[in-house]
Design a protein around this ligand. Structure first.
Ligand code: SF4
Length: 236
């Protein structure tokens, strides 16, 4: 498969992406129950019906089982993921379930580092330029140092003047987008988004140099679905 339709995550990046998914989409009962086997193994018992329905987990040092509340299951699984060192093949299986796409263990071609390849399914998504992501998603905190340095190297001062640096003393600790230099406040709507009324389409006026977060959207079909992406909902 073409490397442009898949992304590579190191073990740490995969754990962070799983945490983000859990935090972003809240309780996902079916998924969390499915993850009990690869994450908790024989310690967990999933009881499907009756008075004892739910996920039961064996105490580490006792032979007793305790029920994990549905609203606490996500955090319980994340804790287990961070406390144990799973083989990358198991992490790949977990990623596949979480991101609802193919994922497998492998090496990054550039560094030879072990990790997980995630297929984004991007080739089957077709952007309809509905503008939904640019209008509805909040990217203020997602500009990176790499984006900022790229714009410096290109001399894109029109973009740079719309990035607010967050500093701790003399150290830059964050980059906020998009900042209105006239009002001194963040724009509520992305200033680079333009609507073509004749076609009812939106476009990005900095498409070729836009931030990484915008380039990567949507990461997977699940991400598109969970964030109301028009690629999946607009059939026009
Ligand atoms: S920079 Fe471009 S892609 Fe990113 S939110 Fe703005 S208009 Fe959309």
């Amino acid at each position: 498969m073409d490397e442009k339709n898949k992304i590579f995550l190191t073990r740490q990046e995969a754990l962070r992406a799983i945490r983000l998914d859990f935090e972003q989409y809240g309780a996902q009962p079916r998924l969390f129950t499915e993850l009990c086997r690869p994450i908790l193994g024989g310690r967990a018992l999933v009881q499907k019906g009756g008075n004892h329905a739910g996920v039961w987990v064996k105490h580490r040092h006792k032979n007793k089982m305790r029920r994990i509340r549905d609203d606490a299951l996500g955090e319980y699984l994340l804790r287990a993921l961070n406390e144990n060192s799973y083989p990358v093949s198991v992490l790949a299986e977990i990623c596949s379930k979480v991101f609802e796409t193919k994922a497998y263990s492998g090496k990054q071609s550039k560094t030879g580092c072990d990790g997980i390849w995630i297929e984004t399914g991007e080739e089957s998504l077709n952007c309809r330029q509905c503008g939904s992501c640019c209008i509805n998603l909040i990217y203020h905190k997602d500009c990176t140092e790499k984006d900022y340095n790229r714009w410096i190297a290109m001399g894109r001062f029109d973009i740079l003047e719309r990035v607010k640096l967050v500093q701790y003393g003399s150290k830059i600790i964050g980059y906020r987008i998009w900042f209105n230099p006239k009002t001194g406040r963040l724009f509520s709507k992305c200033p680079w988004l333009k609507k073509d009324d004749s076609k009812n389409h939106y476009s990005c006026t900095i498409h070729d140099v836009k931030p990484e977060i915008c380039r990567q959207y949507p990461l997977t079909g699940k991400h598109a679905e969970m964030t109301g992406c028009g690629m999946l909902t607009d059939t026009s």
